[in-house]
Design a protein around this ligand. Structure first.
Ligand code: HOZ
Length: 429
């Protein structure tokens, strides 16, 4: 595989951008080798600057439910750009998209647009603190909620992959209000609540995790968490940055049968453009300025280009409910194919799938939380990653991430992936 142009660009990038990338995981540090510089994406495929084609299972980390560059989003963007790129003033589209989100996600009565998942989670916590008048929050080890200081404690995703789950630069004062519980373990939450009686503003959780690899939230655990938060007057924030509009139109909370007090969303709300949002109960959301005193702001929030792409994506979701059936069938087909390969090769690895997100963990044990996820052989994952890449399959360049499947993945793509999975596993075992 010729990747000379990518190699050259990476060398040049490292002179001007820390580590040569604008977000750490994409530097391929944990799998080794050189990151590919991507030129374009179309449907299920991406193309690098050297002209290589790959079947893509990252999909910009979640939003590309319909594959890259679908015609209806492109058209919406081209129409919107005719009218200008940014006003810093309200537009009609912001009202339409907010209304649409409240229709699609029953727990969301009001919503505020921001520019990224990090802004969404950070602002949701501020709202919860303002609403309850309490300071502390509970998060779960291995869950990742973006890079605000108080979240970078025992975090997942890139922070975990790079071995810096608790980042330097986070002050003791910032860390002291973040309490850490074990995912899928209700007793660990109960103990923290007991030890910090009437001090906890919010529990924040990826109800189905993508950021320590895919780990399903146990139904009973999530329901007990909901009851606990109700009893203790704690705001339950469900982080749907990855799962929102992907697991179902109502996200992980719809599938798990719970209602969040606040939910956070990411780039899918912008059809893949830089957008996030947080929303939920009216009485909490009305705490936000200018309705209330909790300050939150941004010139690019509700940006007309991002809103037009987002409105096109969410309208498509609303009008094509069968897309979740298609996603489920395609994802189950891939899961089944990989499982059969493992059986034929007599290799016991753990495959976790929740809807159209899956992770192949290089460990034999069941993966249900952080401690079981980190038992994975990350070096072996790195080898597997490169074998797959050589065969034209672009997977997340880190063990503790999810593969994302889209409706654009054809049966031919999935068969090619299953075949590559077989040969790649065979090559590394
Ligand atoms: N931390 C992101 C995945 N969980 C990756 C962000 C990126 O590199 O774009």
């Amino acid at each position: 595989m010729n990747i000379e142009k990518s190699k050259k660009l990476f060398a040049e990038a490292k002179k001007y951008i820390p580590g040569g990338v604008n977000s750490p995981v994409r530097a391929f540090k944990s799998v080794g080798g050189y990151p590919l510089f991507i030129k374009r994406g179309e449907g299920s495929k991406i193309y690098d600057v050297d002209g290589n084609q790959y079947i893509d299972y990252i999909g910009s980390w979640g939003p590309h439910l319909f594959g890259h560059n679908p015609a209806f989003i492109k058209e919406a963007l081209l129409n919107a750009i005719e009218n200008g790129t940014s006003f810093g003033a309200p537009t009609e589209l912001e009202v339409k998209i907010a209304k649409l989100i409240t229709e699609l996600v029953p727990s969301v009565e009001m919503v505020r647009m921001v520019n990224s998942g990090t802004e969404a989670t950070m602002s949701a916590v501020r709202a919860a603190r303002g609403y309850t008048g309490k300071d502390k929050i509970i998060k779960f080890e291995g869950c990742y909620h973006g890079h605000a200081d108080f979240f970078l404690i025992k975090a997942g995703s890139g922070a975990l992959t790079l071995g810096i789950p608790t980042s330097p630069g986070v002050t003791k004062n910032n860390a002291v209000d973040t309490l850490i519980a074990d995912f899928n373990n209700i007793d660990s939450v109960k103990n923290l609540i007991k030890a910090n009686k009437n001090e906890i503003a919010a529990v924040i959780i990826e109800a189905s995790v993508g950021n320590m690899g895919v780990v399903k939230g146990d139904d009973r655990f999530i329901k007990e968490l909901r009851t606990l938060c109700d009893n203790e007057k704690i705001v339950l924030i469900i982080d749907e940055v990855m799962t929102g509009f992907r697991m179902a139109k109502g996200g992980a909370q719809e599938v798990l049968g719970v209602r969040a007090d606040l939910s956070t969303f990411g780039k899918i709300i912008g059809g893949g453009l830089p957008v996030g949002a947080f929303g939920g109960k009216k009485e909490i959301m009305e705490m936000i300025a200018p309705a209330g005193a909790v300050y939150q702001a941004g010139t690019l929030s509700g940006n007309p280009l991002a809103m037009s792409a987002g409105y096109a994506a969410l309208s498509y979701i609303k009008n094509h409910p069968n897309l979740y059936i298609e996603l489920e069938e395609k994802s189950a087909y891939l899961e089944q194919g990989i499982k059969e390969n493992l059986k034929t090769l007599k290799k016991k690895l753990t495959l976790n799938r929740v809807g159209s997100m899956l992770t192949l963990f290089f460990t034999e044990n069941e993966v249900t939380d952080f401690n079981s996820a980190v038992k994975s052989d990350t070096k072996l994952y790195g080898k597997y990653f490169h074998e797959m890449l050589r065969r034209g399959i672009y997977l997340p360049p880190a063990q503790f991430e999810a593969f994302f499947i889209s409706t654009a993945h054809s049966k031919e793509d999935l068969d090619k992936t299953i075949k590559a999975n077989y040969s790649s596993l065979k090559a590394i075992i």
